[in-house]
Write a protein that binds this ligand. Structure first.
Ligand code: ATP
Ligand code: MG
Length: 323
């Protein structure tokens, strides 16, 4: 089966990852797709709540502790016929710090799940583990609100993700790894390390390795979603953001979706029911269904001029709702 993996990450916490993971999964399932949504926010698992389910299912922690068995046996049925949940874990302390071998086993097994869409709800922040789950796809999804702190944290996340990809492109146990650590440990008086700066430093030691690392990095093309938007003009930051991504991170992204702030969301959290059940006609459900449709049609291809397209779509939607 042709499988699309969509890890959902953010630099800042509380921007709507779990809410979107759950409701996007429902929307894709309603389009007739076979979907699995997995809770990879260890220590902060709450995805089940957004799906209107209780937290009494064995999950990834049990899988890792048992050291045998298959993830598919842990899939939980939801209200949607085509959608299954892979629960996280709140019983295993410190699971977020799982060691490398456990993480690799988990990633390997996640990639074996039989579905058309595998949606991963990640924890916020940029631990190695979160960065590696985000790296399970070259087309990950990153959520931010239009607020400055949130977009800054997104850029910080993407920069650390770049460093991680570059680090993993280097040959093991070499002088290069040592140099890399030295570069990270700069004092506050020195110039901030950029992606280009890091590649240049590697290049002074081995230009082939630097070239290979850069090639690996530029294959990634994250998709940015703005959540909790209030006015379409908040998206006026897009051209400057696009420029920063290009100049500072050598990164092309697609501005893929805009979801407006909606009081219906907090009701779903309070009542622990799905958005469909609580408020089937709310605006945010329309936003999510539009996003699911766009994913279904366009996820695998780069979107030309995505900043303009997203701004225009947001204005149209906003104007339509105002009349
Ligand atoms: N579009 C929206 N409109 C209004 N409120 C929203 C919207 N999206 C999310 N929220 C609110 O933001 C809060 C955080 O949402 P959620 O738990 O999905 O974020 P998160 O990114 O998964 O957080 P964490 O980093 O803690 O895992 C919730 O209280 C939710 O009600
Ligand atoms: Mg969450």
């Amino acid at each position: 089966m042709d499988r699309t993996i969509i890890p959902i990450a953010s630099g800042k916490g509380g921007v709507g990852k779990s809410f979107l993971a759950a409701n996007l999964a429902i929307a894709l399932a309603q389009l007739g797709k076979k979907v699995v949504v997995a809770d990879l926010d260890f220590g902060g698992s709450n995805l089940h709540t957004c799906l209107g389910l209780h937290n009494n299912h064995p999950g990834i922690g049990d899988f890792l502790r048992a050291r045998y068995g298959e993830l598919k046996d842990l899939l939980v049925a939801t209200e949607e016929e085509n959608l299954k949940l892979l629960a996280g874990d709140v019983r295993s302390p410190f699971l977020a710090n799982m060691h490398h071998a456990q993480k690799m086993r988990l990633i390997y097994n996640l990639k074996q799940l039989d579905c058309e869409y595998l949606i991963l709800d990640l924890g916020s922040g940029s631990t190695y583990n979160t960065l590696d789950y985000f790296g399970m796809s070259q087309l990950g999804m990153i959520i931010t609100t239009p607020e400055h702190t949130s977009t800054m944290n997104m850029l910080a996340f993407l920069k650390l993700f770049a460093f991680r990809v570059i680090e993993r492109s280097l040959p093991k146990n070499t002088f290069l790894n040592e140099k890399l650590r030295e570069s990270y440990n700069r004092s506050v008086m020195e110039e901030v390390l950029t992606v280009r700066g890091l590649l240049d430093e590697i290049s002074t030691i081995d230009s082939d390795v630097a070239q290979n690392a850069e090639q690996n990095w530029i294959r990634y093309r994250p998709r940015i979603i703005f959540n909790k938007c209030k006015m379409p003009d908040e998206l006026d930051i897009l051209p400057a953001l696009e420029n920063t991504l290009d100049q500072n991170l050598l990164l092309r992204c697609d501005f893929f979706g805009c979801l407006f702030s909606d009081p219906a969301v907090s009701i779903t959290f309070q009542q622990r029911k799905t958005l469909n059940t609580v408020s089937p006609n709310c605006d945010i459900l329309e936003d999510i269904n539009l996003l699911a449709d766009r994913i279904n049609r366009l996820w695998k291809q780069p979107i030309a001029n995505s900043a303009n397209l997203l701004q225009n779509n947001a204005v149209k939607l906003f104007e339509k709702r105002r009349v």
